[in-house]
Design a protein around this ligand. Structure first.
Ligand code: SF4
Ligand code: SF4
Length: 290
């Protein structure tokens, strides 16, 4: 029989639980705040507040910490054929971050994921589902690295990278708005690359991210060893299959639900499966740790 003390404790834990529920921000919103925060930190450089200077391919954080994206690092290394300690020390913190967070870069930091989500929201009459193997991306990444070595220039990072072009476009736009000197051809080229990717997204939803993008592919490799993972609660699955349907990275979650957790190279830890499931976050959780 329940004593008064038991009842009081039960009541307390229930109110704590409902308090937590009230306080928790949906992941879909939280990750947009994270992205917005990062973009604002970059924009502050134009007000001479140098918390993050440069862009996501390469930046200077808090005045002195050099950071370089992992794929950009390997492209530069192969292109220059010159190992420098400075560049190596710039890639180490990024490796450290993604040993913890895996491909969460794609779902939480990359601006293209946000722009693609807007495009995905348009009523789409011409959706073409591409059934290409995500492994093709590794072949493309290798080809880009070889090309960089042959021409002596980081080919993808310099010319086609969405990260480089997104920040070049923003910089050009800010200079244009402030009536400062800027190169119109650079602004037009960078804008053109971003628009091209948006058109590709419109016609072939998520093919760029799932199959082609060398930056995402590199971070995806970290998913296998990183601390982050999808964790499933045993016995909570009602077989609604909504997790599979909402995952635009085509991760087959339902197939793995009887395991305790999943690390898939294509998972970007966006949390759509957790929120889209009929259990509303009770079955699938994003967890850190072994
Ligand atoms: S796959 Fe590439 S474009 Fe897509 S979210 Fe990741 S880094 Fe961005
Ligand atoms: S499995 Fe879930 S968290 Fe991973 S990409 Fe798909 S919807 Fe997002």
């Amino acid at each position: 029989m329940n004593t008064d003390k038991d009842r009081a404790e039960e009541q307390k834990s229930r109110s704590q639980e409902s308090g937590e529920k009230k306080k928790k921000m949906p992941l879909s919103k939280l990750r947009r705040f994270v992205l917005l925060g990062i973009i604002i930190l970059f924009l502050l450089q134009f007000l001479k507040i140098k918390v993050l200077v440069g862009g996501l391919s390469g930046s200077l954080a808090v005045w002195f910490v050099k950071l370089i994206d992992i794929f950009a690092y390997f492209e530069s290394l192969i292109a220059s054929k010159d190992f420098t300690l400075t560049a190596f020390l710039a890639v180490l913190p990024i490796i450290g971050i993604y040993l913890v967070f895996g491909r969460a870069f794609c779902g939480w930091v990359c601006p293209m994921d946000f722009l693609f989500e807007i495009v995905d929201g348009f009523k789409n009459w011409s959706k073409v589902k591409v059934k290409a193997s995500p492994k093709i991306g590794y072949v493309i990444a290798a080809a880009l690295l070889i090309t960089s070595g042959l021409i002596g220039v980081p080919f993808f990072t310099n010319y086609f990278s969405h990260l480089t072009n997104f920040f070049r476009f923003i910089t050009g736009g800010v200079f244009f708005a402030l009536d400062l000197p800027f190169e119109p051809s650079v602004l037009a080229y960078s804008g053109g690359i971003i628009v091209l990717l948006l058109v590709v997204e419109y016609i072939f939803p998520r093919t760029w991210c799932r199959v082609l993008c060398p930056v995402g592919k590199t971070y995806g490799l970290f998913n296998k060893i990183s601390l982050i993972r999808l964790k499933f609660r045993e016995g909570a699955c009602g077989e609604c299959n909504l997790c599979d349907q909402v995952c635009y990275m085509n991760v087959k979650i339902a197939r793995h639900i009887d395991r305790s957790s999943l690390r898939d190279t294509n998972c970007i830890y966006c949390g759509r499966c957790a929120e889209g499931c009929e259990t509303k976050g009770k079955l699938v959780k994003i967890k850190l740790g072994r």
